[in-house]
Design a protein around this ligand. Sequence first.
Ligand code: AMP
Ligand code: MG
Length: 376
Amino acid sequence: MHRDVKPARPHVSYGWTAFVLAVGLWGMGAPVPRPPVAGVDGWTQRTWVVMGTYLTVRVRHADSAYAERILDGVIDLVQDLDRRLTLYDPSSELWALNRQAGGPPLPVSEPLWDLLERALAYSRETQGAFDVTIGPIVQTWGFLEGPRRVPSDEAIARARARVGYTKVELDPSRRTVRLTTPGMVLDFGGIAKGYALDRAVELLQQAGLRDALLNFGGEIYAMGTPDGGDRPWTLAVRHPRRPDRVWREFPVRDMAVSTSGDYERFFFQGGRRYSHILSPWTGRPVETDVVSVTVVAPSATEADALSTALFVMGPERAQTLVGADRCRYVLWIRQQGQHLIEDPRSVWPPRPCPSQGSRPSRTPKSNDPSPDIRPQ
Ligand code: AMP
Ligand code: MG
């Protein structure tokens, strides 16, 4: 995971603001104006810094000691994923796998295998717009360890030659992974937070909890309802250029929300803005008038991967990937001259999905017969 996402950085405080908005809007426009208070109304909340950003989990259970124990379990789980997936620690599993690029296959743990299978399935579905092998391009632009800069055409070409999800070989019988080209770097920055959220939600459900709100650096999963009743959570899309402002509110229940935007991590050079979402095809930051894309989907892994992919694809090409029939909702915000507008190809607001149970729906795996991701 990326380590430049430090709490002190403004984009993280944006993520935090999104959460504050999410909670602050609780019940807005509804008859119950008072937001529940942690420690009161059966709510217990904890915040940690993990994967270089904030994770806040708020759960509702009458026994607060029990809730605390469950939250201990959540942070153990997420820290375990972080240790495996960090790109900064030579003792991490991901480090070992990347170092092995161009060499023989390496056996990997169940979580890394599971995440990689899902990531590759989204690559196939998005025809490579989402590409977990994007690491060399991210590095070349300095988004991994800095300094951020516009690289030479030669450096971009060298990086692109080491990128491509078809260069990853999986052997399910041995659970081994081979990165076929020397210098390949897997980077789960576009999907890992969502995946961690899904695992955390599974844990909460197994523990018998029904109502919870999880925010992982702006990736959100809204479980159940704010008060155990029928009214869903009210969340907000933040204004992409005015972080203190709400763009739109919307209801969510047992669904995940993910936003990818040009404002999250970027740098300016020569008066141009270069954002951290990169096109695997050009090896450059995506050039688009899309300012942000918000995806609501049954699983956080799906919402996270898709919001990154959709930002790369743009509203026209992404149309077949979204739709109420697939329980995938999208809000496109685009720059038009001095103004921000919502693209009419948005599928919004999100509605409850008919077949949506109380579990995050399974995301596709590499051996699934079809890339179609309908809620199970
Ligand atoms: P997100 O904020 O979820 O959209 O993820 C952005 C992060 O995903 C970047 O910081 C990179 O680590 C990684 N990334 C950038 N471009 C891509 C891409 N085309 N496919 C997959 N991951 C990407
Ligand atoms: Mg993402």
